[in-house]
Design a protein around this ligand. Structure first.
Ligand SMILES: [Zn+2]
Length: 89
């Protein structure tokens, strides 16, 4: 079970601060139903992760485009079709 203080606050595993449960994102995989770290830390964590894996993300989307040429063409088609729509309105 997750430790809570006498006010029912949870401790963030990253910044080690006690915070209200509403400051934690939901996570069904956890016993408490909440993420182990607060929203602020979750945001920084995902930013940090993205910056660290930028190259991977780019390589991944390129690989996806190469392996799904039809889906990619459809996405691009829809993207430009929408653009044209807004231009002609
Ligand atoms: Zn935190």
């Amino acid at each position: 079970m997750r430790k809570t203080d006498d006010k029912g606050n949870l401790k963030c595993t990253i910044c080690k601060e006690w915070q209200e449960p509403s400051n934690f994102n939901r996570n069904k995989a956890n016993n408490s139903g909440l993420e182990a770290y607060c929203r602020g830390c979750a945001y920084i964590k995902s930013k940090y992760h993205y910056l660290n894996h930028k190259k991977d993300y780019r390589a991944y989307s390129k690989r996806w485009r190469d392996t799904h040429p039809l889906q990619y063409a459809l996405i691009m088609y829809n993207y430009w079709a929408k653009k044209v729509e807004t231009l002609t309105e």
